[in-house]
Design a protein around this ligand. Structure first.
Ligand code: HEC
Ligand code: HEC
Length: 360
């Protein structure tokens, strides 16, 4: 912690001006680089990456699992952050990663199902980015085993549409400031391996651990209302915490809760990865962090409001052949339901991601 403070102070001293962390984020555009009104954001890792105990941005949780060939560094995270906001990374220049993982939508995009570059209609809803660095398996079906693999897939696949990534890499390398930073971090120019590495490094810094609920859990009784406290009890009583468990609010397991199973050709979800029948229609338990902002809900965005989504879960999901037995109908009073919703409202915090960076 002490080293973190030192780093922050150093950074603050080095920056000519700081930007209030709570200012509204803006969609990154390439024009931003030339706009003198846009001020650099002070970007500080949530913890000292060089910490001997490993990178542990959430103190009440285990260190993050980071691949040996992509150590986390401040330089790498800064570079990844620029790339994450840069439309030029997409196949048609239309989108950045941030486009679909926006702060005021709880790091999702507000659409039922995302629309990728080249206006490609995708089949699933954008999940939140909070604490993704802690997830062992990425995507709703867990098909990506590391953030590096996930970032490469999102970039070169349907989301960003950079199937012909060579031309995108050439553009990145034609920008001096990018080349210098790639050389500084990876001792080589940008390529198809280190671009996803930088993106992964940045994503590992997207941390939520200071919501009112977290502060209450750490002992601050005044951090949440009495209603929210009762709501947390209702959440536990209704067995929600079986799957939405721990500080991440997910067990990182895959369950069929019945969403989308009535479709003629339903999304098989986890089955595609494991080929196990019990995984048909099963999806990863999503965290509930920032849930009040990330409507619409579920992997296919089929439920518009949070109260509907909660009621559906309280009803025990939607019956089908493969439904997980762990999800049972629960009996909560109207008051308990209202309290539960109040508790869910305590899972958001002011974003610490800053505004969109000025791109090189
Ligand atoms: C067009 C919208 C869109 C864009 C652009 C986009 N994403 Fe996503 N993102 C999604 C959707 C939809 C999913 C879920 C896909 C699935 O599960 O099959 C997703 C999933 C993810 C996940 C997995 C989260 C989890 O909980 O498992 C990460 C991490 C992620 N995106 C990062 C990125 C990065 C990095 C980029 C840029 C290279 C990017 N996204 C660009 C829509 C988008
Ligand atoms: C058996 C595990 C399990 C239990 C128990 C459970 N959930 Fe979930 N929850 C999931 C899974 C899996 C999803 C995603 C399903 C999908 O999209 O197909 C989900 C999705 C949600 C969503 C939508 C999240 C989003 O980002 O779209 C909300 C809200 C939610 N659950 C709340 C609850 C509440 C409240 C309870 C208790 C009444 C509960 N859940 C109990 C596994 C569970």
């Amino acid at each position: 912690m002490i080293r973190l403070e030192l780093i922050s102070r150093l950074l603050l001293a080095l920056m000519v001006f700081a930007v209030a962390a709570c200012s509204q984020p803006q969609e990154a555009t390439n024009e931003a680089a030339t706009d003198t009104e846009v001020q650099p954001v002070v970007f500080v890792l949530p913890d000292d990456p060089g910490d001997d105990d490993g990178y542990s941005p959430i103190k009440t949780y285990e260190p993050m699992n980071i691949p040996d060939d992509n150590p986390i560094t401040l330089k790498g995270a800064r570079l990844g952050r620029l790339l994450y906001y840069d439309n030029r990374l997409s196949g048609d220049g239309s989108r950045s990663c941030y486009h679909c993982h926006v702060v005021d939508k709880g790091l999702t995009d507000g659409l039922p199902q995302a629309i990728g570059a080249h206006n490609k209609q995708l089949t699933r809803s954008s999940p939140t980015m909070w604490n993704v660095g802690y997830l062992a398996e990425l995507y709703w079906d867990g098909r990506a085993k590391s953030l590096e693999k996930q970032a490469r897939a999102a970039w070169t696949g349907g989301n960003m549409g950079a199937k012909n990534f060579d031309s995108v890499i050439a553009v990145i390398n034609s920008i001096d400031a990018y080349r210098t930073q790639f050389q500084a971090v990876y001792s080589e120019d940008a390529n198809v391996t280190n671009i996803p590495k930088a993106l992964a490094t940045y994503m590992r810094t997207i941390i939520s651990d200071d919501t009112p609920w977290d502060r209450w859990q750490r002992g601050d009784e005044s951090a949440v209302s009495d209603g929210a406290k009762r709501g947390y009890n209702a959440f536990t009583k209704a067995q929600c915490a079986t799957c939405h468990s721990g500080v991440l609010l997910t067990d990182q397991q895959f369950h069929n809760v019945g969403i989308g199973m009535d479709a003629e050709k339903y999304d098989v979800g986890r089955f595609k990865v494991t080929k196990l029948d019990q995984n048909r229609g099963a999806f990863k338990t999503p965290t509930l962090r920032d849930i009040v902002k990330s409507a619409p809900y579920f992997h296919n965005g089929s439920v518009v409001t949070l109260v509907e989504a909660v009621k559906l879960m309280l009803a025990g999901g939607i019956d089908n052949e493969f439904k997980d037995d762990a999800l049972k109908p629960q009996d909560l009073s109207e008051q308990e339901l209202a309290d539960l919703l109040e508790f869910l409202g305590t899972l958001s915090q002011d974003s610490n991601l800053g505004q969109a960076p000025a791109l090189p």
